[in-house]
Write a protein of this length. Structure first.
Length: 468
């Protein structure tokens, strides 16, 4: 067994039971000094003591050894680089000490910071008359996004279930639609029926529980029809795992729980259509060429991008990506990420980022190296995707998607192969959005920052009317 340090978990367990170190030592049959050493990570936990802890306190040993400090440290490092924390920023050893010795304080600090960012965002969007309660309320999208992000957008139970079903099916990619239809009818008595766009003007897929029929609109192309059937299969066949995941999510609002189940079913569908091992192998062999990946698994460009954000299986990890989708007005309509970067959390509203430029070149992949105000550097690709068109009124329902990773992973991507990564001139200086961006002399600025005053000189006209 590798050395296991559980100081913060042990301290938290003791405090929850309202015990002193001496009382815990008596329960475990060790000295109070040894408990103190364990809590300060100066001694590792033996297997015997781990079992004693589990038996004496009635806890799952896996909860004791689960290490959440790495993700906590990563998020803390990311937050502390926010420009609002100017001067005297703690270095890495200080941050690591805070996580090791005061994890609950760190969690409260991060929670307060998230409230701060949410409040600023809502202030920007609110019209006059908004109440403090409305400003501080967390949207369902934000809650679910945090739930997925806190698990690195990876759900092992769904991956295993998808792999088991796909192995049992043992079919070629071309046959998956027929296999799904057969399983739905044979195992669950559910029929699949394609309907005309005129019959389904308000939905692309409807599962009628009473008649046990899945209605699919003919507006869906083949890969999306297959995806929808895999989605329904998850809802009817994996109810228990979905219940366990949503119950452990701390999401309480019913509409949010329903939304969370939808996203988890989408996760399963992607895992079923793009099995983890073969998908990761294909991604690495093709240098993450999304068009080639899409062709291999007969999925859409967007589906392949989304799946790439889930390659975070311990011991078999891919590049940690974030994914955004925006409409023509700049609204973020989908956001998934296996990182804790600000660009993934709040980005999408900066006109310098070419996720918006992609609308001018439909279907063309646009690579870009970007730098945030805090110095964080990323490599992103952007491209348009089209929504189903069922009549003349729904034509050109085009969206733009962006997939990005931290700069250090760019060398693994074929899209970045032709660039000199040491060339400082190729980085586009972007921000989260104008309200939060401290950059000066930006020719694309559309708003005054909410937390600083830009310099103004009546005798000079600057790049924009907000500064000179």
């Amino acid at each position: 067994m590798a050395k296991t340090f559980v100081g913060p978990q042990l301290r938290q367990l003791r405090r929850e039971r309202k015990q002193t170190q001496a009382e815990m030592a008596k329960t475990l049959g060790i000295s109070a000094g040894y408990v103190n050493l364990l809590e300060n990570n100066q001694r590792s936990l033996s297997v015997r003591l781990l079992m004693s802890l589990a038996d004496s306190y009635g806890v799952d040993w896996r909860d004791i050894v689960r290490d959440e400090t790495s993700s906590l440290l990563s998020e803390l490092r990311n937050v502390i680089r926010d420009p609002m924390f100017s001067g005297g920023v703690p270095d890495l050893p200080e941050l690591r000490a805070a996580v090791d010795h005061a994890p609950r304080l760190v969690e409260h600090f991060l929670h307060l910071y998230r409230i701060h960012r949410t409040t600023i965002e809502r202030i920007m969007r609110q019209s006059t008359g908004g109440t403090p309660e409305r400003l501080l309320a967390t949207s369902a999208e934000a809650v679910i996004h945090d739930f997925f992000r806190d698990r690195s957008n990876y759900f092992h139970v769904l991956e295993v279930a998808a792999e088991k079903l796909r192995t049992a099916a043992s079919c070629d990619t071309d046959d998956i639609y027929a296999v799904l239809k057969t399983r739905l009818i044979n195992e669950h008595g559910i029929r699949v029926r394609r309907r005309s766009a005129e019959d389904m003007t308000q939905a692309l897929r409807v599962y009628d529980r009473e008649s046990r029929v899945v209605h699919l609109s003919e507006a869906l192309d083949h890969c999306n029809q297959v995806f929808q059937l895999a989605h329904v299969l998850c809802l009817v066949e994996l109810q228990s795992p979905l219940d366990e995941l949503t119950e452990g999510s701390k999401i309480t609002k019913q509409t949010s729980i329903a939304r969370c189940r939808v996203e988890l079913a989408n996760y399963f569908a992607a895992a079923f259509l793009m099995p983890y091992e073969s998908f990761l192998q294909t991604a690495e062999e093709t240098a993450y060429d999304i068009d080639r990946i899409s062709a291999r698994f007969a999925v859409s460009f967007e589906q392949a991008c989304h799946r790439l954000t889930t390659l975070q299986r311990p011991g078999a990890q891919g590049v940690p990506f974030f994914f955004l989708r925006v409409d023509k007005a700049g609204n973020v309509t989908k956001r998934f990420n296996s990182t804790s970067f600000h660009l993934a959390e709040y980005g999408g509203a900066c006109p310098v980022w070419n996720i918006h430029m992609a609308f001018r070149t439909p279907g063309v992949i646009l690579p870009q190296f970007v730098e945030l105000p805090d110095g964080g550097r990323f490599f992103t690709i952007s491209r348009t995707v089209d929504r189903p068109a069922i009549n003349s009124e729904t034509q050109d329902h085009r969206l733009s998607v962006a997939l990005g990773c931290e700069l250090k992973f760019a060398k693994k991507l074929g899209y970045a192969a032709s660039y000199n990564l040491d060339d400082q001139r190729m980085f586009s200086r972007i921000g989260i959005n104008c309200h939060l961006c401290p950059r000066q002399a930006c020719s694309q600025r559309a708003h005054q920052p909410v937390f600083m005053e830009l310099p103004l000189d009546t005798n000079r006209r600057g790049s924009t009317r907000y500064e000179s």
